[in-house]
Write a protein that binds this ligand. Structure first.
Ligand SMILES: NC(=O)c1ccc[n+]([C@@H]2O[C@H](COP(=O)([O-])OP(=O)(O)OC[C@H]3O[C@@H](n4cnc5c(N)ncnc54)[C@H](OP(=O)(O)O)[C@@H]3O)[C@@H](O)[C@H]2O)c1
Length: 281
């Protein structure tokens, strides 16, 4: 297969390029291909004629999206329109990465692929707009991931380890719950979905749900540090408050993987141990 990866310089993008080893992978960073540049996207995709386009490029700074909504929609919604349109012209299978933040978090149980999104933040709304750009294409795949961590890029694991080196006590909220997703595990699954050409929405998160407080404790444990150094706080305790509202419950159930027989991602603790070991090596 020939595969084009957008956002190849990001934390998931890096892992996607690795996961497609053995295929003809074209890794496009933001410098190589700006997805908001419609002519460039149409030109690149129709020239390359890939079998699959994995669209990982996005404006992912959740709080910054609140103050830069036009940028959020330009990249996440219109950028996805450009990728979808170009892929349709080239006959390529599109796989779009989306987010747990398309949900409002009021459901008392995990969200499955058929639950109705109701995003509360500009980021969530712009990512849902990207999903809607693909809604009329039953062959397209929308892979929702959440709380991504890995070796590349900025993420919560790196933040916790950095803060642990700077402060004795760390504080994280205990009233937002989700399922961490190792970028490498999600990328491996996406490579499989590309080969299988499975369309529709797929939730691809690791097993195990936690609050941010519990996740921070797990990061310290994985690093051989004392998890007792982390104190739970509530979202209301955050000073200053974060600009973007976060869903209290953004736990994604991987119902499609469970029912379809496709491989489910391992428990997040396994992958966390691997990532922390790599970061501390
Ligand atoms: N991180 C999470 O916790 C999380 C959770 C759920 C879903 N997701 C989704 O997963 C996907 C990958 O996220 P990630 O964590 O890998 O994010 P990331 O590390 O921020 O990577 C996103 C990449 O997109 C690139 N990009 C931004 N604007 C672009 C543009 N106009 N044209 C082309 N590329 C552009 C960025 O390049 P520059 O750095 O050069 O701007 C960056 O390399 C995104 O769709 C995101 O919405 C992420």
């Amino acid at each position: 297969m020939r595969v084009l990866v957008t956002g190849a310089g990001g934390q998931v993008g890096h892992e996607l390029v690795r996961a497609f080893v053995g295929h003809d992978v074209v890794a496009a960073t933001s410098a190589d291909l700006d997805v908001t540049d419609r002519a460039s996207v149409l030109g690149a995709v129709t020239t390359l004629e890939p079998d699959a386009v994995v669209h990982a490029a996005a404006f992912t700074a959740v709080d910054a999206c609140e103050s830069e909504p036009d940028r959020a929609y330009r990249v996440n919604a219109l950028g996805t329109r450009n990728v979808a349109d170009a892929s349709r012209r080239a006959g390529a299978h599109v796989i779009y990465l989306s987010t747990d933040y398309v949900f409002d978090g009021t459901k008392p149980t995990p969200y499955d692929e058929w639950d109705t999104p109701n995003p509360q933040s500009v980021y969530g709304r712009s990512k849902l707009a990207g999903e809607l750009e693909l809604a009329h294409d039953p062959a397209a795949t929308i892979v929702r991931i959440s709380w991504v961590f890995g070796v590349h890029g900025t993420n919560m694991v790196k933040t916790v380890l950095r803060l642990a080196g700077e402060h004795e006590t760390l504080r994280f909220v205990d009233d937002q719950r989700g399922r961490p997703t190792a970028a490498a595990d999600a990328a491996d699954l996406i490579a499989r979905l590309a080969v299988e050409r499975m369309g529709g929405v797929v939730h691809a998160t690791n097993q195990g749900e936690v609050s941010w407080f519990e996740f921070a404790c797990a990061v310290l444990e994985a690093a051989g540090l004392d998890p007792g150094r982390v104190e739970p706080i509530t979202t209301a305790d955050l000073d200053p408050p974060r600009p973007a509202p976060r869903p209290a419950n953004s736990v994604l159930d991987d119902t499609v993987l469970r029912l379809s027989g496709l491989p489910r991602l391992p428990h997040y603790r396994e992958s966390l141990d691997r990532v922390v070991a790599a970061l501390r090596a």
